[in-house]
Design a protein around this ligand. Structure first.
Ligand SMILES: [Zn+2]
Length: 258
């Protein structure tokens, strides 16, 4: 996705030799084992990250069924978990969260979650309002933090490597950048937490932020211990995704979905 390639066509190819990967060599986790971690055609090593991400996704699918029982709620939770795993991995590597995941998930969450919950007896309008409130609170909270931080930095004349840029003026209220371009935090995080809010609701947003803060601290600390570098190259997306997964899948839960 971050390379702008289609998920559907053409099918999976070896990044080393471009050979198409046969369906039986594309079985999650198992294919990596029986290929012994190498492309069948050119023997280029296949990163262990593939089977690890596949195994993690399988584990989350299992947790979704365990948490909600077999049914549409578990299916939505599983889809949401897979989207969060992708968002976390892409943000870690590329420092972006694709709109197709955050905004696509926001649209899907606003339409599918109320429909699933109305099947469980909650009035559709009520369920929709809760999903919308979760999105507004999630997006609004992070946006507020980023906005206030940006204004304080501008007041103090603080500059960052990419904000506002060499020799650039601080953006003013008449410029779009003033409202959505912040140092340290990308607008992708705002959109991701809005998407998360549709599924976990307003209370789940609070739980997600608390858990994400703990994960962010641990991730930053681990990076510092391994690399001795306090300036971690990754964003808040991986911690936010992990926090949302805890809010969604960890019982006991105050969450609406289910
Ligand atoms: Zn190959």
């Amino acid at each position: 996705m971050p390379r702008g390639e289609s998920l559907w066509w053409p099918g999976s190819r070896c990044p080393g030799c471009d050979a198409a990967i046969a369906p039986w060599d594309n079985v999650p986790v198992l294919a990596w084992l029986w290929l012994r971690g190498r492309c069948r055609a050119c023997k280029t090593p296949i990163s262990v990250r593939y089977p690890l991400v596949e195994a993690l996704t399988a584990l989350l699918f299992g947790l979704a069924v365990w948490r909600f029982g077999p049914g549409t709620s578990a299916a939505v939770a599983a889809l949401f978990a897979a989207a969060l795993v992708a968002a976390a991995g892409i943000d870690f590597d590329h420092r972006i969260i694709p709109d197709s995941i955050s905004l696509g998930g926001l649209g899907l969450g606003l339409s599918v979650v109320p429909w699933v919950r109305s099947g469980g007896g909650v009035p559709y309008g009520e369920a929709w309002l809760e999903a919308a409130a979760g999105a507004l609170l999630g997006g609004g909270l992070l946006w507020g933090v980023g906005f206030v931080h940006a204004r304080l930095c501008a007041l103090q004349g603080r500059r960052f490597a990419h904000w506002p840029g060499d020799g650039e003026e601080f953006p003013g209220p008449r410029e779009l950048d003033y409202w959505y371009w912040f140092p340290g935090m990308g607008f992708g995080d705002v959109k991701l937490l809005a998407m998360i809010g549709t599924v976990v609701g307003p209370l789940g947003v609070i739980q997600s932020i608390l858990a994400a803060s703990a994960f962010g601290l641990l991730l930053g600390l681990a990076w510092y211990l391994v690399r001795r570098d306090a300036a971690a190259p990754f964003g808040f997306g991986p911690a936010l995704s992990a926090g949302a997964l805890v809010a969604l899948l960890a019982p006991p839960s105050l969450l609406p979905l289910g």
